[in-house]
Design a protein around this ligand. Structure first.
Ligand code: GLY
Length: 374
């Protein structure tokens, strides 16, 4: 019989995503990787677990994680795929499905996504369609997946026509965020995740934005108290949005702040630009667009770009990217509805609006790097 230790209960922070009977906890603490087995044992999510991970994360954490699951009496098998966005396609899902079938996974079993955004998106999608749906849990190992993609139930894969064009909304049964895994995260990826963190401050929480202004050094030093507060606040905001608009009919679009122009820039770079870096550029562009359209004060836009720059993120579109390509991608983005491009524009730090009322001249001026730091 496994009981959750008092120490575990005391040291973790829990955020709940409230979706009625599909509600789930996001557990945040250090040393969590070793304790997940105990929780899974208590919650009885699956009879047996398929742990899906890429080969890079599996090399770092796979055996430790599997040992801790086994020690808690959990039956689990590790299944890996090659790391990288290039794996995020239907063939990987087909190969993993065959692997699960050959290993005898049935409807009583469940999946665990151990890895970053690609692993979470693939595993969630696989869980939503394998045997018409089996439970899964998220164990995100990058800051970006901890504060964004592991929460909220978006799953999917890329097709040659675009990123994330095939997918489902399918909520996990739990999200386990271990702070310790950030120790092995390359600094570029940490910065990329911090772009999404800044996003939450701009869209919903001016106080959190100020916290980010004041705690940069502690964040890069991976101070545990600061990280818990940071990750928990992002998850709270994401939960608040998803609880009101799970399937992106309206409010959830605010999470796309920085992503409209950001995605176009990312695609025009042939996906060489890290996603978070493209979002950083997109947030500065959206802030400048907001100033041009008269909904944001110039000083506020400057404050946003200053924070982006302070976190070592780019604020302007790289000069070698083709403006025409960016414009083309803007029009073909999956967030475009009926030929209308929707922008998420800040009205002040802590509040944004969603609009398709942006004229082409303003967009063109912003794309021509009209935005700058004073
Ligand atoms: N990453 C944006 C969303 O989950 O809606």
């Amino acid at each position: 019989m496994c009981n959750i230790s008092e120490e575990y209960k005391m040291t973790e922070t829990v955020v709940t995503v409230g979706l009625g009977e599909r509600s789930y906890p996001i557990r945040i603490s250090s040393g969590l990787l070793e304790k997940i087995g105990i929780d899974l044992h208590e919650r009885n999510i699956g009879a047996k677990y398929g742990v899906i991970s890429d080969d890079r994360v599996a090399a770092l954490y796979g055996s430790r994680f599997m040992q801790s699951l086994n020690a808690a009496g959990i039956r689990a098998e590790l299944i890996t795929f090659p790391s990288g966005e290039a794996s995020k396609h239907l063939q990987t899902v087909a190969a993993l499905s065959s692997e699960l079938a050959q290993r005898g996974f049935d409807r009583k079993d469940a999946l665990i996504a151990l890895g970053g955004g690609v692993t979470g998106d693939i595993t969630g999608f696989l869980a939503s369609i394998y045997l018409r749906g089996i439970p899964f849990v998220q164990v995100p190992t990058t800051l970006l997946s901890q504060v964004d993609s592991s929460v909220g139930g978006k799953t999917g894969v890329d097709i040659p026509e675009g990123k994330n064009l095939v997918g489902t909304f399918y909520q996990p049964k739990a999200v386990y965020i271990d702070l310790d895994v950030l120790q092995t995260l390359p600094v570029d990826e940490l910065r990329g995740g911090l772009a999404e963190v800044i996003k939450y401050g701009v869209i919903h929480d001016a106080e959190f934005f100020a916290f980010l202004e004041q705690n940069r050094e502690a964040i890069f030093a991976l101070n545990q108290d600061v990280l818990v507060r940071l990750i928990a606040r992002c998850c709270e905001i994401k939960a608040w949005v998803v609880e009101q608009d799970e399937r992106e009919g309206g409010l959830r679009r605010i999470l796309n702040f920085g992503h409209t122009i950001g995605h176009a820039v990312e695609a025009a770079s042939g996906f060489r630009l890290i996603h978070g870096y493209a979002v950083a550029i997109g947030m500065c562009a959206a802030a400048e667009l907001a100033v041009r359209t008269g909904c944001l004060a110039a000083e506020e836009a400057e404050r946003i770009c200053r924070l982006v720059a302070a976190y070592g993120l780019p604020t302007t579109i790289p000069a070698d990217l083709d403006q025409e390509a960016i414009r083309k991608y803007l029009l073909t983005d999956k967030k475009t509805v009926g030929g209308r491009v929707f922008y998420v524009l800040p009205e002040r730090i802590g509040a944004v609006k969603i609009t398709d009322q942006v004229c082409e001249e303003d967009v063109n001026a912003v794309l021509l790097n009209a935005y700058h730091l004073a």
